[in-house]
Write a protein that binds this ligand. Structure first.
Ligand SMILES: [Zn+2]
Ligand SMILES: [Zn+2]
Length: 222
């Protein structure tokens, strides 16, 4: 079962946004580490170094070349920030996977409200680093807003990411979301050495849940 062993990493930044590695460097490193599936999820255009239409096209060509060279699946993905209007912006390009994340420090109520509205109105596949400590809501306990977030993810077929860099979501979120939601796993690596650094995420899921659905099982039939 792919979902129980660390063979995928669906959140990697390359030098097409603020990461250090080229597509080829990352694919080689992933192969060395025994990964079979990765996603290059560079930041979108709201980021100063983000992926515009031209970069997305060029990156896609390199992805196709590296997929056959290294015989691994590389998703052509993007990570979009959820803005103050609960929207995401993307360059004109057909991405295979879209991660939406909040990159601002916000009070928890506003943080959750943005996610809920965005999930209802925008098309994305994965909620990135939910309640990361970097954005200020990690220490707060559970409340009804978390339940609403989980419900909206389930209703809209959006995966909850377990992110090894942010060590998020907090464990109690996984306990209440249990096997209701599907999960994604990502290293959020910005350096080559962290590509495939997903052990914390897989261990957390496997320790907390007897069975869990991954976004790959559900959508891509791996
Ligand atoms: Zn992020
Ligand atoms: Zn990221």
């Amino acid at each position: 079962m792919l979902a129980t062993i660390a063979v995928f990493d669906l959140h990697i930044h390359s030098y097409y946004s603020d990461g250090e590695g080229s597509v080829e460097d990352i694919a080689r490193k992933a192969k060395e580490k025994g990964l079979r599936i990765i996603a290059l999820a560079d930041h979108s255009i709201e980021h100063p170094l983000g992926l515009d239409e031209g970069k997305a096209k060029k990156r896609k060509e390199e992805i196709e070349y590296c997929q056959s060279k290294f015989d691994i699946k590389i998703f052509d993905a993007i990570e979009c920030g959820i803005d103050a209007d609960s929207m995401i912006v993307k360059p004109k390009h057909k991405f295979e996977l879209v991660i939406a994340s909040i990159h601002e420090v916000l009070p928890k109520k506003e943080y959750c409200k943005r996610i809920i509205e965005c999930a209802k109105n925008c098309d994305f596949d994965i909620l990135g680093h939910y309640r990361s400590s970097i954005f200020g809501t990690y220490e707060e306990g559970l409340d009804e807003m978390d339940m609403e977030v989980i419900d909206v993810l389930v209703e809209n077929d959006i995966a909850l990411e377990v992110n090894s860099a942010h060590r998020s979501p907090p464990i109690e979120i996984i306990e209440i979301a249990s096997s209701k939601v599907m999960y994604s796993v990502g290293s959020d690596s910005h350096t080559l050495s962290r590509v495939g650094d997903v052990a914390w995420a897989f261990n957390t899921l496997n320790k907390k849940l007897k069975k869990w659905k991954s976004i790959l099982n559900r959508r891509y039939d791996f």
